[in-house]
Write a protein that binds this ligand. Structure first.
Ligand SMILES: Cc1cc2nc3c(=O)[nH]c(=O)nc-3n(C[C@H](O)[C@H](O)[C@H](O)COP(=O)(O)OP(=O)(O)OC[C@H]3O[C@@H](n4cnc5c(N)ncnc54)[C@H](O)[C@@H]3O)c2cc1C
Length: 379
């Protein structure tokens, strides 16, 4: 790469901490490193023009688990483990709100609702019957009743008559969250290098050699950079560097054009959480459908499929907005990192390399604290 003396000296030499990936985890990791190491040189390498995984693509649910999800978790985890999972999410959300403030996040605690399809009558009955048990289980965290039954005041069709309401669930503006984090890192003298993909990492025990591949049209070339410590925060793309149980999981989303007199306000989970929707201003943002073909969605390609997009539109027409006409404004997809377990992978990979990946569908809630814990792996 034809770098000038100045470019090399200012951006690419004497790096104490290199963070790979500028999503929620990478940026929080960088901010946390800055707190402990005020004089260090911290550089975040991001292969996209913007963060290009899940953090700028998500639905902005500030949630900690719907009732069916918590009951499902109880099948594979002990009660103590489930309480801890929920606690981590609640504390992670507090950390996010403290880091950026509710105004920057546009945080609104409108509450969340779970809808049950016509076919899910048995699940609905089970969830209803377990409300007081789960509320009791979560009392130590919330000090109040979390879940209750609610009438369907929204005009949803083709679902079970009642909804299960979760009063502490909120929503954020995902774009504002990421903009806030990027601005904060810049204020903290952390450099973010966009269009900069790391293609290889090797630790010789004293330092780490990074191979940088710049995809910027004017500078398509590679160079090697030597850094002291590396923090991998590439989530769904982590297989590139790590031999761990983490797979990409694509999630597709759409948003409608503004809808007059939209009465829907809140975050909504449908079909065991495989679908999710919310209002954003007077639009509906709707995503999900990975379960229609898990294998196809196990990809890092940010494409859309007819199968999923058609299903999203069908559910909008038949369940969510049955009495209103609407138009789709935009569609996109993002890549999550999933594995057989829900817990993220936080570990020391080698003497100078650390990783914090596999955030699943809860990165808004846990991303800030996983970033902080990733930084703390080096102390
Ligand atoms: C459509 C969708 C909806 C979601 N909805 C919600 C929700 O409502 N609530 C919630 O809590 N969670 C939600 N999630 C999950 C949440 O967004 C993620 O868990 C979270 O953003 C993960 O953050 P991260 O920093 O670990 O990963 P990412 O945001 O994916 O960041 C990883 C970054 O690494 C970069 N990168 C990868 N490889 C390299 C490389 N070799 N060199 C340099 N850079 C690289 C990528 O470009 C990317 O920017 C959703 C996810 C999606 C996709």
């Amino acid at each position: 790469m034809n770098l000038s003396f100045w470019e090399h000296k200012t951006w690419l030499s004497n790096i104490d901490f290199a963070v790979i990936g500028s999503g929620i985890v990478g940026l929080n990791c960088a901010l946390s490193l800055r707190k402990k190491h005020p004089k260090s040189k911290i550089v975040v390498f991001e292969r996209g023009m913007l963060p290009s995984g899940a953090s700028t693509k998500n639905a902005g649910f500030a949630c900690f688990g719907s009732i069916s999800e918590i009951l499902d978790d109880l099948k594979n985890h002990s009660e103590e483990e489930v309480i801890q999972l929920v606690k981590n999410r609640v504390e992670g959300l507090k950390l996010l709100r403290n880091t950026l403030g509710d105004q920057q996040l546009d945080y609104k605690e409108y509450g969340g609702y779970e809808l049950f399809t016509k076919e899910d009558a048995a699940l609905f009955e089970t969830c209803k019957s377990k409300i007081s048990f789960i509320n009791e289980l979560l009392k130590p965290i919330f000090k109040a009743e979390v879940f209750s039954e609610k009438e369907n005041h929204f005009g949803f069709k083709n679902i079970q008559q009642k909804l299960i309401y979760s009063r502490f669930e909120g929503q954020i503006d995902t774009g504002k969250m990421m903009l806030g984090l990027i601005q904060k890192t810049s204020k903290e003298n952390i450099l973010i290098m966009n269009s900069s993909e790391i293609t290889n990492i090797s630790d010789d025990g004293n330092s780490v050699l990074l191979q940088l591949n710049s995809s910027e049209t004017l500078r398509q070339a590679q160079c090697d950079i030597s850094v002291k410590k590396v923090f991998i925060a590439t989530n769904g793309f982590a297989k590139q560097f790590l031999d761990e149980d983490v797979k990409p999981a694509r999630a597709q989303v759409l948003v409608t054009k503004p809808i007059e007199n939209l009465q829907i306000r809140g975050t909504f989970h449908l079909d065991k959480g495989y679908y999710y929707f919310r209002n954003i201003e007077n639009r509906i943002l709707f995503g999900g459908g990975r379960n229609l073909n898990f294998k196809t969605e196990e990809t890092t390609e940010m494409e859309l499929t007819q199968l999923v997009q058609n299903k999203l539109e069908e559910l909008l027409k038949t369940v969510i907005l049955p009495n209103q006409s609407f138009e789709i404004d935009q569609r996109w997809s993002g890549i999550m990192g999933m594995g057989n377990q829900k817990k993220p992978i936080l570990k020391t990979v080698s003497k100078n390399i650390f990783c914090g990946v596999r955030l699943g569908g809860m990165g808004v809630a846990i991303g800030s604290s996983i970033g902080k814990q990733l930084a703390a792996l080096y102390d």
